[in-house]
Ligand binder design. Structure first.
Ligand SMILES: [Zn+2]
Length: 409
């Protein structure tokens, strides 16, 4: 199916080809308070398309930010232990390899609660975080991480540069796919970088999404789904060069990109570009079976839950994040199948999941109530969650992991 109206977020060509339609969905991070339950919830279309010109996969709809990042936006990175460890290792490696010291300057875009930058602060290296979410920016300041509470744009980058604030390292983890003005954001990164600086950017890898049927990582906040090929095009248009790339396991399989103002393309990038071309990831054909696979997974998971429920089992779910919202809404799992959702994030307790309005509690409720099964919505942290919940398991509880194929463990 071709659409003539939408333009590519990267190359601005029209003629995007839609290969998946997930229907109308509520914004996935818009966790609801009791009062919000009485209001009409916003729903938006969720269609995924491929750009035949620059190969970028993207959703068509851009939901207004005020519907996404309200007071309901409660994602605090510091609640995720494996993310903290991952970030710390990344920073320590960069300090070593780039010989960073108190003369260096580090900027992080979407710095959240300072979870990453605090590793530099500890070593006496000056930093600046930039994050649009007020609660997170405040939490960062409290953790001694100087933070600008603002949306990052090319204009803000120019202002910082004119104030002499260019960076040796610009971090941008899990944000490039979330910004409505993709080109403005990349342009801003180029402006912020010193001549010898490097942008270290992490994005989920579309190959993992397609090959492992991780359809629940598609939501309105997440506008682009990147291949190395699409990223290479994007950066080059802004005189930036993707010089190294690493596959990393975080968030169901991601890429860590090393992007610099000077061209010095390493073997890692050359190899991945060749691999992607071999697998036809630069053509629509690679994406065409995905819709069928998603419907298959949806039906299988629904059947599994329904059968368990019919036998009188009590089922809970773990993970009140965006992915969880997508999974329960797309698979149509309401309070007929799931009793409640648990999450470690205390800001979400006493609130409700978007769309299905399942109540959210602290994780201790699993041990208190011992539901027969727990559907792990945050499946990218399955091992960590099962490890934390050993007591629940020892008392007879079991887990369901939904992707790439629903299975009971
Ligand atoms: Zn394009």
């Amino acid at each position: 199916m071709k659409t003539e109206t939408a333009r590519c977020r990267s190359c601005d060509q029209d003629e995007l080809e839609i290969f998946l339609d997930l229907g109308l969905k509520p914004p996935s991070d818009r966790i609801l308070t009791k009062e919000m339950l009485k209001q009409t919830e916003p729903y938006y279309p969720l269609e995924v398309a491929f750009c035949p010109h620059c190969t970028l996969v993207q959703i068509l709809e851009t939901v207004p930010p005020e519907d996404l990042f309200t007071d309901g936006y409660e994602y605090y990175s510091s609640f995720i232990p494996s993310l903290l460890k991952h970030s710390r290792e990344n920073v320590l490696n960069l300090i070593n390899s780039r010989k960073l010291d108190d003369d260096s300057f580090i900027i992080e875009l979407a710095s959240n609660d300072g979870y990453l930058l605090k590793n530099y602060v500890e070593k006496g290296i000056p930093v600046l975080g930039i994050d649009p979410a007020p609660g997170q920016a405040k939490a960062a300041e409290k953790a001694s991480v100087p933070t600008l509470n603002a949306f990052f744009t090319a204009e803000l980058a120019r202002k910082l540069r004119d104030d002499g604030k260019q960076a040796d390292v610009v971090h941008a983890n899990n944000v490039l796919a979330h910004v409505a003005d993709t080109n403005g954001f990349v342009e801003g990164i180029r402006i912020l970088l010193k001549k010898n600086g490097v942008a270290v950017i992490e994005v989920p890898y579309i190959k993992e999404l397609i090959d492992h049927c991780e359809f629940d990582t598609i939501y309105h906040e997440h506008l682009c789904y990147f291949s190395v090929t699409a990223l290479d095009y994007l950066f080059r248009r802004h005189s930036l060069f993707l010089n190294e790339v690493k596959k990393i396991p975080i968030h169901g399989g991601s890429l860590r990109l090393y992007v610099e103002p000077k061209e010095d393309v390493g073997k890692s990038v050359i190899k991945m570009l060749a691999d992607e071309a071999d697998q036809k990831m630069d053509q629509i054909v690679y994406y065409q079976n995905f819709s069928e696979n998603v419907i298959h997974l949806k039906n299988k998971l629904y059947e599994l839950l329904q059968n368990l429920k019919a036998k009188g089992n009590k089922i809970a779910a773990y993970g009140a994040a965006a992915k969880g919202t997508m999974m329960i809404n797309y698979v149509d799992v309401g309070n007929n199948l799931i009793d409640f959702v648990v999450d470690r994030n205390i800001y979400k307790h006493g609130k409700y999941m978007p769309g299905k309005h399942l109540p959210i509690f602290g994780t201790e409720k699993l041990v208190e109530e011992i539901p027969d099964y727990v559907l792990i919505l945050a499946w990218n942290f399955s091992e960590e969650i099962m490890e934390q919940q050993r007591e629940y398991q020892e008392k007879g509880g079991r887990f369901i992991i939904p992707v790439p194929e629903p299975k009971i463990v």
